[in-house]
Write a protein that binds this ligand. Structure first.
Ligand SMILES: Nc1ncnc2c1ncn2[C@@H]1O[C@H](COP(=O)(O)OP(=O)(O)OP(=O)(O)O)[C@@H](O)[C@H]1O
Length: 279
């Protein structure tokens, strides 16, 4: 459903952020995008919804070539792609409900959206989504009154209000504590499975990625250096993606290393199942 072929991005500064990236997602595929800072993860995600214009290459959503769209055609195509952001990107002074309804802005006319008059069906959909993400009692609260985890749930509900075919998720847990991070990842995965949604999840936390994401794409210096199962992320592959490091160590304290367990570099189906079943 998403076919990225030979994608190049060179910024005006001369930075070559993407060097011939190719990637294919089938409906329902969920991909964890990992790689060191500056590898091009955000650039790749932003090229897909055209927040960044690629220099060359193609990005196809089913048969639609996203790379050549502009104006109204691009706006229409963007409805099909939901985005979840690290810093939530909510309108702080608006209520939770208004924020979720803003996911419908691509569907309503200018005056309707200016007057914030949304069709009943949109409001009903927003209520249902807020129920699904566990925020029913917060619908009338202002976004700035919520915790980070609750804000991210609003961000998720807003993205789904668009009824997208593809989700782009940009470091969804980077501003959250470890427990909330797991809850948010679990929620995103469950919602994707319920809707057979494909997703690309840009994520820095390799252990969290292994826990939840079945397929991992590793980017390094603008190139795909790994595309395979999370279980294949062994020390050799991690070195290919991030460079030399002792991947078995969990502490900088040499003495402590004798007693601590190695980091779980090889994910198992059991571990993912356990993560999905957790609190
Ligand atoms: N707007 C921009 N103008 C110029 N260069 C940019 C711009 N955005 C990103 N870059 C450069 O492109 C390269 C890839 O950056 P990008 O932000 O996509 O990497 P990343 O993997 O998402 O990094 P991080 O994990 O730190 O967010 C880097 O060299 C970066 O400096």
């Amino acid at each position: 459903m998403l076919t990225i072929h030979n994608l190049e991005k060179r910024y005006k500064t001369g930075d070559r952020a993407l060097k011939g990236v190719s990637l294919t997602l089938a409906p329902g595929d969920i991909v964890g995008l990992i790689g060191p800072s500056g590898a091009g993860k955000s650039t790749l995600i932003r090229c897909v919804n055209r927040l960044v214009d690629p220099t060359s290459g193609t990005i196809k959503l089913f048969d639609l070539d996203l790379t050549n769209l502009s104006g109204g055609d691009l706006r229409k195509a963007r409805r099909r792609i939901g985005m979840i952001f690290q810093e939530y990107a909510l309108v702080e002074r608006l209520t939770v409900m208004e924020n979720v309804l803003s996911g419908r802005l691509g569907y309503v006319g200018f005056w309707q959206s200016w007057l914030r008059r949304f069709p009943e069906a949109d409001v009903a959909r927003a209520f249902a989504l807020l129920g699904r993400v566990g925020l029913t009692e917060f619908v009338d609260k202002r976004a700035d009154a919520l915790s980070g985890g609750q804000r991210q749930r609003v961000g998720i509900a807003r993205a789904l209000a668009q009824e997208p075919e593809l989700l782009l998720v940009d470091e969804p847990t980077a501003s959250l504590d470890p427990k909330t991070s797991r809850q948010v990842m679990r929620l995103i995965l469950e919602l994707c499975a319920e809707r057979k949604l494909a997703a690309i999840v840009n994520i820095h936390d390799v252990v969290l990625a292994q826990m939840f994401l079945p397929r991992i794409v590793g980017l390094r210096a603008g190139e795909v250096v790994y595309d395979g199962p999370a279980a294949g992320l062994n020390a050799e592959v991690l070195t290919r993606i991030y460079g030399e490091e002792d991947w078995a160590k969990t502490s900088t304290n040499e003495e402590a290393n004798d007693t601590v367990a190695p980091i779980p570099i090889a994910s198992t189906l059991e571990r993912r199942n356990a993560a999905m079943a957790g609190p």
